[in-house]
Design a protein around this ligand. Structure first.
Ligand code: C2E
Ligand code: MG
Ligand code: MG
Ligand code: MG
Length: 283
């Protein structure tokens, strides 16, 4: 009887596995087609400089214009791109597209923006990544000034020695580097001082707490002070309330990004809301 039960369990398991695999393959095949059909788009979320209230930067966030399901957020397909190795090709496209968009805006006289692109741990670990970036930079001498790469703190912590080397190479090419989701990756403070980076990006979980309790504010305030003493610029992500924005100004955080200013926008929307000359970038 026990044998029969376990046999049934096995068949059940096998069926579940098959379903899992087939759903998975479908998504993988859809993603391969999506590359050929150019179904990926970048949306841009403005970063507000708190010293002068000017938008001089944006984060590029990828979306998939799925033929049936509409605009799909990255959480639903980046993991599959990573499992299948397609992340390299799509990630390279994202950097190239962000740089192109930035130069288009420059050429149109809409201001000198710097656009940040997120980099997956797999890309950073790939030997070809640095030469991919080099090739993109070679397309136009202004590209390095147009780009920033966001690497999460946990990515860096998973392979510190190699990451330090890659980040240093990127900065030697003139590309800025931001440590994304800072505070969630448990870096030791001794490493932080040695990281070749330009910016700390405070994770939104800390920003959500800062107007809830004195302790929440103290944590964000300490990170801002820490960044300043390490000569890093500091930006708050996921800022949702005016109160959070007010407190960030008070503690002299450099920049702010979040729904309180704007959600991520298509290039066209971003241009008309933040880059139209005259009404320009101030809010
Ligand atoms: P991230 O880099 O930490 O990006 C911030 C995420 O927070 C974005 O979600 C953004 O839309 C969202 N967000 C912005 N402001 C607020 C706010 O005020 N409140 C709240 N609750 N959320 C806010 P999104 O676009 O879904 O991206 C999720 C993650 O996907 C990103 O996290 C990033 O790690 C990854 N990702 C996005 N684009 C790319 C890409 O081109 N390549 C790679 N490798 N990863 C990407
Ligand atoms: Mg990011
Ligand atoms: Mg982030
Ligand atoms: Mg985050």
């Amino acid at each position: 009887k026990a044998a029969k039960a376990s046999g049934e369990r096995f068949r059940f398991f096998e069926k579940a596995m098959t379903e899992h695999v087939s759903v998975h393959l479908t998504l993988e095949n859809q993603l391969r087609l999506a590359i050929d059909n150019q179904e990926f788009v970048l949306h841009y979320q403005p970063k507000l400089n708190l010293r002068d209230d000017v938008v001089r930067g944006a984060e590029a966030l990828i979306r998939w214009r799925h033929p049936d399901s509409g605009l799909m957020p990255p959480g639903q397909f980046i993991p599959v791109l990573e499992e299948t190795g397609l992340i390299h090709e799509v990630g390279r496209w994202a950097v190239r597209e962000a740089a192109r968009q930035c130069l288009r805006w420059r050429d149109a006289g809409l201001g000198e923006m710097r656009i940040a692109v997120n980099v997956s741990p797999l890309q950073l670990r790939d030997r070809a990544f640095l030469s991919d970036i080099e090739q993109i930079l070679a397309l136009d001498p202004r590209t390095a000034d147009s780009l920033e790469l966001e690497i999460t703190e946990s990515t860096i912590m998973s392979d510190i020695a190699h990451c330090i080397e890659s980040l240093r190479a990127l900065r030697n090419m003139g590309v800025r580097v931001a440590i994304d989701d800072f505070g969630t990756g448990f870096s030791s403070l001794s490493y932080l001082a040695r990281l070749p980076a330009d910016t700390l990006k405070i994770d939104r979980s800390f920003i959500a707490e800062m107007d809830q309790s004195p302790a929440g504010l103290a944590i964000v305030s300490s990170v801002v002070t820490l960044a300043q003493s390490l000569n890093l610029s500091v930006i708050a992500e996921g800022v949702e309330t005016e109160e959070q924005a007010r407190l960030l100004r008070l503690i002299r955080c450099d920049e702010l990004q979040g729904f309180v200013l704007s959600e991520p926008l298509s290039a066209e929307e971003f241009e008309s809301r933040f880059l139209v000359p005259g009404k320009a970038s101030t809010r």
